[in-house]
Write a protein that binds this ligand. Structure first.
Ligand code: ADP
Length: 199
């Protein structure tokens, strides 16, 4: 299966772009969704997280308290690494499984951490959704219930715009209207159909 990885900073428009590909009949695998699946109640990884961080990262419902966990790892690199070494391989395997079941001509993997993890090994092409940083901040603020500082901290923790762009095979510049976005997606879709046939 020919697989295109979509990545970009917070608020760049990854989900919006992935949805447009999905509207064209392309299977989209969402790495964030996979990340939630692998820690559902009953998963051994959730028990390990509880043993490591304590019950304060578990909600009364038995689900993971993502906000509490995020707070624990955000300023603590060692804890973040511990969590990533537990979860990233599971997300990788879960993604592969979904890929095997994808019914379309090619598939999309939407992931904020595509370039930072082994997920990049799964994809044939990297598509970066790019916007200037001020637009990114503006859109994330409009969408999320978060402060400017919180969004800026997330942006600072992600790889830089220039680093991301240097690793792109294709780039969508999403600082124009929705129509322009539609047409960029359509052009890439045609290309990807051709690449998928050649593979
Ligand atoms: P990401 O998944 O990269 O975090 P989203 O796709 O959720 O980003 O987009 C962030 C916000 O910006 C959303 O509210 C989305 O509706 C909006 N958005 C995306 N593309 C555009 C665009 N071309 N023009 C205006 N708003 C946009």
């Amino acid at each position: 299966m020919f697989l295109v990885g979509i990545t970009g900073g917070i608020g760049s428009g990854k989900s919006t772009v992935a949805k447009l590909f999905s509207n064209l009949g392309i299977s989209v695998i969402d790495a964030d969704q996979s990340a939630r699946e692998v820690v559902k109640p009953g998963c051994p990884s959730l028990k390990e997280i509880e043993q490591h961080f304590g019950t304060e990262v578990i909600l009364d419902t038995g689900e993971l308290n993502r906000r509490a966990l995020r707070e624990r790892i955000f300023t603590n690199n060692a804890e973040r690494q511990w969590l990533e070494s537990l979860l990233h391989p599971l997300i990788f395997e879960y993604t592969k499984l979904q890929l095997a079941n994808a019914p379309s001509d090619y598939a999309i993997l939407e992931s904020p951490l595509l370039l930072e993890t082994t997920q990049k090994e799964l994809v044939n092409r990297v598509l970066v959704v790019d916007v200037p940083e001020n637009v990114q901040l503006e859109r994330a603020l409009l969408r999320d219930n978060a402060t400017k500082q919180e969004i800026k901290a997330i942006m600072a923790a992600q790889i830089s715009r220039s680093e991301r762009l240097s690793r792109a095979d294709d780039v969508i510049l999403n600082d124009n209207g929705r129509e322009d976005l539609d047409s960029q997606v359509l052009t890439l879709h045609q290309q990807y159909l051709t690449y998928a046939k050649q593979k």
